[in-house]
Write a protein that binds this ligand. Structure first.
Ligand code: FE
Length: 137
């Protein structure tokens, strides 16, 4: 069920995630730019949350931001992304999290392309790609 929260203990998350996924999704880490597996990925399909499998982004809204992280100008459904003010590292940013499992995805900026002007800057490690179109959940 897409609206049901996914809650696991940190021990369980460590068992189901790779150490890199755990560091980013659960400890709010960031992968180095231009190193993740999806920043220049161009196939048609859907990007799911690597923590819980919720469909988050369609390839149709992916764009090349030049940042070295996968970037999207919209989410499949706004309610699937939770946002929170993040003042870490002396910056004022908007953190983007999966609304179902609370996993850290990346940040949301307002300097994206039309039509939304938004830029979801997401870690590859927080995503899992499938060639299926969105809408199976
Ligand atoms: Fe999730």
């Amino acid at each position: 069920m897409k609206n049901e929260k996914v809650a696991r203990s940190e021990t369980e998350w460590k068992q189901v995630l790779t150490s890199e996924q755990y560091r980013i999704l659960r400890e709010k880490g960031t992968e180095r730019a231009f190193t993740g597996k999806y920043w220049k990925h161009k196939q048609d399909g859907t990007y799911l949350c690597a923590g819980c499998g919720l469909e988050l982004f369609s390839s149709e809204t992916k764009f090349d931001s030049g940042t070295g992280w996968p970037s999207f100008w919209d989410a499949i459904d706004q309610t699937r992304i939770e946002t929170r003010h993040d003042s870490s590292y002396g910056m004022h940013r908007v953190e983007a999290l999966c609304s179902r499992c609370g996993g850290h995805l990346g940040h949301l900026f307002d300097d994206g392309p039309k039509p939304t002007g938004q830029r979801y800057c997401i870690n590859s490690a927080s995503l899992k790609f499938t060639n299926e179109k969105p809408g199976r959940q």
